[in-house]
Design a protein around this ligand. Structure first.
Ligand code: 5GP
Ligand code: MN
Length: 329
């Protein structure tokens, strides 16, 4: 990639010695993998870089090289004059990190692949064609001519594997696979990452999966697979919201469903919902009606309200979107 916007990253990186790196709340494999991969690359350039995330690290990502160095905003004692915001369509997706940990005149570089990116940041690399932010961080590391270490490779490979659902989603392009292959050549252990993301589950995450599966309803004549997790179910499973990551794919797996939906009560009157589409419904559009966002086929939102009420409101909004969209679109 050679556009001027991208090249502005070189002076941005060379112009500071200490960087804060952050990403979105409820971090997934791309948020954490691209953050830790970039951190390792900046360190290889002789810089200091600290990854700060608003939400706790999901257990399943603790295997990533450098995961133990990730800090929460309250643990950060200094203010940074330069920061990277990754995989986030707006500054508020990082929670309080940017407002708490930056100097007032700090410069922020944004690397993201969401369609709805709002234009925030002084230096920007935003490409919705990329499968994952990790794919863009790979491009940046190449631009900076930092050799891809096994550590960098494994972090970025995890981001790509995670955001393509294990190379299954429509965002998996030939380029995605070529970058993934390069990362394996540089030391990413493909089987190790797949094992961690897809074949290792904690007791609480398996128990909450069982309860969520039992809640499955076929709604709208089977066009929507809907799952619901109440606070009581989290308690019964001994699980936390991050233990429910990925469960929405089972709602989407219901044969005949065009949309899978998981609605969770993460705290009293605080609802988080995940939406997944087969491509015929733009769930990013539906999520944005509720103040959320994401991608056409995978989006999420957080709202205040009761669990049942939010679920019914979402089903009505999805029905409107399905009735507006042609089945083949
Ligand atoms: P998930 O359902 O796995 O939490 O998120 C799916 C996608 O939607 C991800 O790209 C995620 O970043 C995005 N997303 C989830 N929740 C929100 C939200 O509240 N606001 C915005 N803008 N995007 C979200
Ligand atoms: Mn992503």
């Amino acid at each position: 990639m050679s556009d001027a916007a991208f090249e502005a990253f070189e002076p941005f990186v060379l112009g500071a010695n200490e960087f804060l790196i952050t990403s979105h709340v409820d971090p997934d494999g791309d948020a954490v993998g691209s953050s830790l991969g970039l951190r390792a690359a900046l360190q290889d350039l002789g810089k200091t870089a600290e990854v700060v995330l608003e939400s706790p690290l999901p257990e399943a990502l603790a295997f990533l090289p450098g995961a133990e160095t990730i800090r929460r905003p309250a643990e950060v004692t200094k203010q940074y004059g330069a920061a990277f915001l990754l995989d986030s369509s707006s500054a508020d997706r990082a929670g309080q990190v940017l407002s708490r940990c930056l100097t007032p005149d700090a410069r922020v570089a944004v690397i993201d692949h969401h369609w709805g990116n709002d234009g925030y940041g002084h230096v920007r690399l935003v490409n919705p064609e990329a499968s994952a932010t990790a794919e863009l961080v790979y491009d940046l590391i190449e631009l900076l001519r930092v050799p891809i270490s096994p550590e960098i490779a494994e972090c970025l490979y995890t981001g790509i594997l995670s955001d393509t659902g294990g190379f299954r989603y429509a965002n998996t392009s030939s380029r995605t696979l070529r970058v993934a292959a390069r990362l394996v050549e540089h030391g990413a252990r493909a089987s190790r990452v797949a094992e961690a993301l897809y074949a290792t589950k904690t007791g609480p995450s398996l128990r909450i999966l069982g309860l969520a599966l039992a809640s499955l309803e076929a709604r709208s004549g089977g066009r929507i697979g809907a799952m619901t997790i109440s606070l009581e179910m989290f308690e019964k499973a001994g699980a936390k919201p991050e233990d429910a990551d990925g469960i929405v794919q089972y709602a989407k797996a219901l044969a005949g469903a065009r949309v899978g939906m998981l609605v969770q009560e993460v705290a009293k009157d605080e609802i988080r919902a995940s939406l997944r589409s087969d491509g015929s419904v733009d769930v990013n559009q539906v999520a944005s009606e509720f103040g959320g966002g994401g991608h056409r086929n995978a989006a999420g939102l957080r709202v205040r309200g009761g669990l049942g009420q939010v679920r019914e409101d979402l089903i009505r909004a999805l029905e409107r979107a399905m009735n507006g969209a042609s089945p083949s679109s």
